[in-house]
Design a protein around this ligand. Structure first.
Ligand code: HEM
Length: 393
């Protein structure tokens, strides 16, 4: 299944190797640039950190309803496309699921055992391909278990999740995955209403704040969104982090020796290769960004990946440096009211996995004979492969 998945990864995200020189040129020459989209619609691309962060924070002007026609078609009405009070209400209903206190339970019961079970399968071999054998399988197992999907179905859901995000490349397949997931979740929701279990589907079925419960359509929307939101992103972060450290062995040694550097290394990987490179907004009124007028209704494409490499905010932005100190944070999890709900889970999973790799795969290094490793894709980025050798244990 994972071999198939690997092929699908490229189908879903394309093969752009290094978008950063182009982003740098855009920031210099046309930081706010107009162009026509695929369907001839007016589009505006935004490249500078200050402008991207501003638009994300000014959610009253820069609406998320832009997602409704395309992404809404796949996920159903999800939190991503909501604005204002309905968005706040929905977010407070579902947000509890990913609070730090709840994550503590998942850490010991689920996250730590899952990563060790995966590493157990190859630790004695002294070599592995970490995308196929670790990163691709790990977050999907976590989010699937949190949702309440049985373990023997996890990889089927990994495929469906990829089909969802690949909708632009293969619409028919994306829509089929969407319908299959809705059918599955509808059945699961009915079962959990009758007999609650220790999972997120049960929690959503019974959630109520101030007399408000979630309509079924919104529950399906959230559940369908969570598979790609929870798995597609985090596996990319872990892969780019591991590859960055393997490319910089002196930093890898430092992090192994001083685990206080694990957290800064993760933040630097989020900045250096933001797993989600682009988010979209639509101004509700005529407005401006960076001194450029933008008409209401224009599709505004905010380039998080470019913002995170903005040289006015980050010195020597294309280099990976676990000791980086900058006044402003990266915006890989976005900013403002739609800031990622799963950021604590993403950090937890990545911390546990990196520590496990450092503890168990002694003398880990890239395997030159395993094929060229690089980071690829737009609008999602991750390594194609991570072939490694290490001391067998
Ligand atoms: C490294 C991992 C992750 C990255 C880089 C990431 C990135 C993002 C970004 C950029 C957004 C904003 C989208 C927008 O406003 O247009 C977002 C929103 C969201 N993320 Fe994540 N995410 C990650 C992991 C997760 C995980 C693990 C989960 C859940 C388990 C999750 C759930 C969500 C949800 C539900 C939203 C929508 C929040 C809202 O609209 O209010 N994400 N994420």
């Amino acid at each position: 299944v994972t071999d198939d998945l690997e092929l699908d990864v490229v189908a879903a995200i394309g093969d752009v190797r290094d978008p950063y020189p182009d982003f740098a040129r855009k920031r210099r020459e046309t930081p706010v640039e107009f162009a026509r989209g695929f369907n001839g619609e007016a589009m505006c691309h935004v490249y500078a950190y200050a402008d991207v962060a501003h638009a994300l924070r000014e959610a009253d002007v820069f609406s998320s309803r832009v997602y409704a026609p395309a992404i809404g078609m796949v996920f159903g009405p999800s939190i991503l496309q909501m604005d204002g009070v309905p968005h706040q209400r929905h977010r407070s209903l579902i947000g509890g699921a990913f609070r730090r206190s709840i994550l503590t339970k998942w850490e010991t019961e689920l996250v730590v055992p899952t990563v060790h079970q995966l590493i157990d399968r190859f630790a004695a071999r002294g070599s592995a391909e970490l995308v196929r054998e670790l990163t691709l399988q790990y977050p999907i197992k976590i989010i699937s278990r949190i949702l309440g999907i049985p373990a023997d179905e996890h990889m089927r859901f990994a495929r469906l999740s990829l089909d969802l995000i690949g909708i632009a490349f293969d619409p028919e397949r994306g829509m089929r995955a969407s319908a299959e997931l809705k059918e599955y979740f509808a059945r699961a929701l009915a079962e959990r209403r009758a007999e609650p279990q220790d999972d997120l589907i049960s929690m959503l079925a019974h959630t109520e704040i101030d007399g408000h419960t979630l309509p079924d359509e919104e529950i399906f929307g959230f559940l369908r969104l969570l598979l790609p939101a929870g798995a597609e992103t985090t596996y990319r972060l872990l892969g780019s982090l591991l590859l960055a450290l393997l490319w910089h062995p002196e930093q890898l040694d430092e992090v192994r020796a001083d685990r206080a550097l694990v957290a800064p290394a993760i933040e630097e990987a989020l900045r250096w290769e933001a797993p989600v490179q682009v988010v979209s907004r639509e101004p509700l009124t005529d407005t401006e960004l960076g001194g450029v007028k933008i008409e209401a209704g224009t599709h505004v494409s905010l380039k998080i990946g470019s913002a995170n490499h903005d040289e006015t905010v980050f010195d020597d932005p294309d280099s990976f440096d676990v000791h980086r100190a900058s006044e402003h944070p990266h915006i890989a999890f976005a900013e403002g009211p739609h800031r990622c709900l799963g950021e604590h889970l993403a950090r937890l999973e990545t911390t546990v996995a990196l520590n496990a790799v450092l503890d168990r795969l002694g003398d880990i290094r890239l395997d030159a004979e395993g094929g060229e490793a690089y980071v690829q894709g737009i609008p999602f980025r991750s390594p194609n492969r991570i072939p490694v050798r290490f001391a067998a244990s």
